[in-house]
Unconditional design. Sequence first.
Length: 328
Amino acid sequence: MPRTVLRVRRWAAIAVLGGLLAGCGTENADPDPGEPAAAAGAGARTSTEVRPIEAATRITDAKGVTVSLPKPPEKIVCLVALCDDILVELGMTPTATNSQVLAHPKFLGKEKAAKIPVVPGGFLSPEVEAILSHKPDLVVGLEDTHGKLAPALKGATAFWPVQPGSWQDSVGYLRDLAALTGRTAQGEKAEKTFRTRLAEAEKQKSDRTALIIYGSDENFGVATPETDVAAGLFPKISHYPWKSRGIDGSYSLEEILARDVDVLFVETLSFGAPDGKLSDKLAKNPLWSRIPAVKNGKVIEVDSEVWAKGRGTRSLGLVLDEATAALR
């Protein structure tokens, strides 16, 4: 797969080693923020109970990162879509962003999203001067991508590097930011809504084989529970026999054909101007038409901003809604 595809997928994948896609085995390793540790894991039924969130000016997240602020942050710059997702859940909007997820109709919609300033430099290289021009109280970025900005931001604002490895991590970050902003009721409500969605989806687990693939051309990748937050939900709601093969491995169309995939979700990643759907490009391969999902019209192009990059409770809730409807 071209290096550019792998680098861009980095903001959609959970773990990255050496700048390339890799699995770090974090799925199901982190305790569920809202239930006893013994209940965590892929085989456990998700609890809908939500522990109260207490307002705080200092938190330590599940990865051991401590954020301390003099007062609740009001101006927050988001360098990763998880941040935008959480803010919308809390009834807030970022002061500036470099994500496009806000344009989704279940977030702010195109008209309102267009009013949010965009941080120049893109996801991989956001400009520090532009970030600081907004005088933020807090900057939230992806640790393995934006951690290098920390020295330049130090002394001018607080920087919080996040690295979600599972839906439990995403819930934890939601709770932490709810505590910091004092929007505890909103945080509890968002967590409750997501947990309820997941629990209901688990009750109606499909026996169909599902698959999520991503890419911009015929060199596609497979989203696995070890390397993708959204894919981490799928063993709970379907048959999902895909495991991470680390930096150098992926799956071929021949292997996918052999697994009899019933429902295929496709994330098209664009570089610059959109140049067509990934599913249309893969259709040029004669093996593509032999996959059961293709034969039966169960190939679904999904919004990569939500499925690959969002990773917060609002995005993951939309993934569950769309996935369970397709898997019926």
